[in-house]
Design a protein around this ligand. Structure first.
Ligand code: GDP
Ligand code: ZN
Length: 456
């Protein structure tokens, strides 16, 4: 495995580009120590902060700062790492980078330091991903959960499941290999009990991972409705900005507008769609098509009506063509707007499983109930106690694992089929291991680390 790892020495600016109080250049690889010696003029003491001049090849000073040396394997990447903390000016940092590359280092690719840490077993894939998620986190909750993933909270849950699966597989495969023992898979409650135990644990992890992915990716909420219902006003009230143009001329919002906000730490992408109506106007029709694209991707669809003109609380009656085109009614919430004018009671009610909110986008009455409702439908909990960050990729792998376990369960109960159960268990383990990166393709690794910033 070691041979797979690039033996180049890589260098990158670890601090953000531009001006700053401090600028950091980081090196990793076998030449780090030699480069360090050339720049600071002596053998650096491991894990010791030297305040020294950084010199060029004519022994002239380029900058003055802190030099740190971390010999492998006790470093971030597992390789020899050298860090120069100089002044954060782009010219100075450029000169230092040029000096490092002249001494044999090459520019690091995005995420290459983290990739090396992963390849050198300093962390697993969920931990490496958590680094990027920590840097990109959009709220305090997301940051706390990313940190917990980085410290291994998610990997630990996955590893426990993998171990339970291995335990069960050993038992099942032994039974297949020694048929003279005549193990009756159904009669023997042990296999079924263990399998069901794993399924329960997996579902618990899946639920937590969903919450983690929600923290990272946010919830997509589409506001749909006839022109003048008050969609743009609601977007503005929720985002606290005048980003959407509010007018009383029907058809003003011709395109899709997006806002990113947080409700008690839950990230939301709110999308105001073009007034959905049949229109001969070509530009408006494109807007309508985009609105439908958003509706298909939405986690929640708020169908907004003007309560002054719409008395009904039944979407099929209010707008049959719209409801007929919906992918499902499960994601629908009816929003009765402008209750400041109609004096209807604000808040949430439910008729035939359809949530109905009465509010005023203009005055803000009933907006709290909307926030509560959105958090409730996503199962979002404002506390981050023990939570971890997760990605869509993780959810997919957990779902795949779940499918194999369910199929294995059917094989067991339907046919008492040991071989087929064994095959499903093997596949389930493989799917799970993709999360922590034991069976991960180079292609996937490239995609994951390629989205990191340079120098991380
Ligand atoms: P959209 O076409 O659905 O985006 O609707 P707008 O947000 O542009 O609103 C249309 C008109 O209704 C504007 O004049 C808004 O000021 C008004 N409006 C929107 N929400 C309310 C509300 O809750 N109460 C009142 N009184 N007027 C509202
Ligand atoms: Zn609008």
């Amino acid at each position: 495995f070691q041979q797979l790892i690039d033996q180049d020495t890589i260098a990158a600016q670890a601090t953000a580009p531009g001006r700053g109080g401090v600028g950091i250049i980081r090196l990793s690889g076998p030449k780090s120590l030699d480069i360090a010696k050339a720049i600071i003029g002596f053998d650096p003491k491991p894990r010791y902060a030297h305040y020294v001049p950084f010199k060029d090849d004519n022994d002239e000073q380029l900058d003055m700062g802190i030099a740190l040396y971390f010999p492998g394997p006790n470093s971030f990447t597992g390789e020899d790492v050298f860090e120069l903390q100089g002044h954060g000016g782009p010219v100075i940092l450029d000169m230092l980078m040029t000096r490092c590359t002249a001494l044999g280092a090459r520019l690091a690719r995005p995420g290459e330091f983290s990739e090396r840490a992963f390849l050198n077993d300093k962390m697993d894939l969920t931990q490496a991903e958590a680094i990027a998620d920590l840097i990109d986190s959009s709220s305090e909750q997301a940051a706390k959960c990313a940190l917990r993933s980085l410290q291994g909270a998610f990997s630990k849950r996955v590893t426990e499941l993998v171990e339970a699966l291995i335990h069960l597989r050993i038992y099942v495969e032994a039974a297949i290999d020694f048929p003279e023992e005549e193990i009756d898979f159904i009669g023997d409650g042990k296999v079924a009990a263990e399998l069901e135990g794993i399924q329960i644990k997996l579902n618990a992890v899946l639920k937590e991972a969903n919450q983690g992915a929600l923290l990272r990716e946010g919830m997509n909420v589409v506001i749909a409705g006839r022109p003048n219902a008050g969609k743009s006003s609601l977007l503005n009230t929720l985002s606290g900005k005048d980003s959407a143009i509010v007018t009383n001329i029907a058809g003003t919002t011709r395109d899709v507008l997006r806002e990113h906000i947080h409700l008690d730490g839950m990230p939301l992408h709110i999308i105001d769609t073009a007034g959905l109506r049949d229109s001969p106007d070509e530009v408006e029709q494109i807007g309508i098509q985009r609105a439908w694209d958003e509706i298909h991707k939405a986690d929640r669809i708020l169908l907004m009506v003007d309560s002054q003109t719409v008395g009904s609380k039944d979407p099929e009656e209010i707008w049959p063509e719209f409801v007929a085109q919906l992918p499902s009614r499960d994601k629908l919430t009816l929003v009765r707007n402008k209750v400041d004018l109609t004096k209807e009671t604000t808040g949430l009610e439910s008729i035939n499983d359809l949530p109905i909110l009465s509010l005023s986008a203009k005055t803000g009455q009933g907006i709290d109930a909307l926030s509560q409702h959105l958090k409730a439908v996503m199962g979002f909990e404002s506390t981050t106690e023990g939570g971890f960050i997760a990605r869509r990729r993780h959810i997919e792998a957990l779902n795949k694992t779940n499918d194999f376990l369910r199929s294995g369960h059917e094989q067991l109960h339907g046919f008492g089929a040991g071989e087929l159960l064994a095959e499903d268990l093997k596949e389930a383990q493989q799917a799970l291991s993709e999360i922590t990166g034991e069976f991960t393709s180079d292609d996937l690794l490239g995609r994951i680390f390629g989205s990191f910033c340079i120098g991380k």
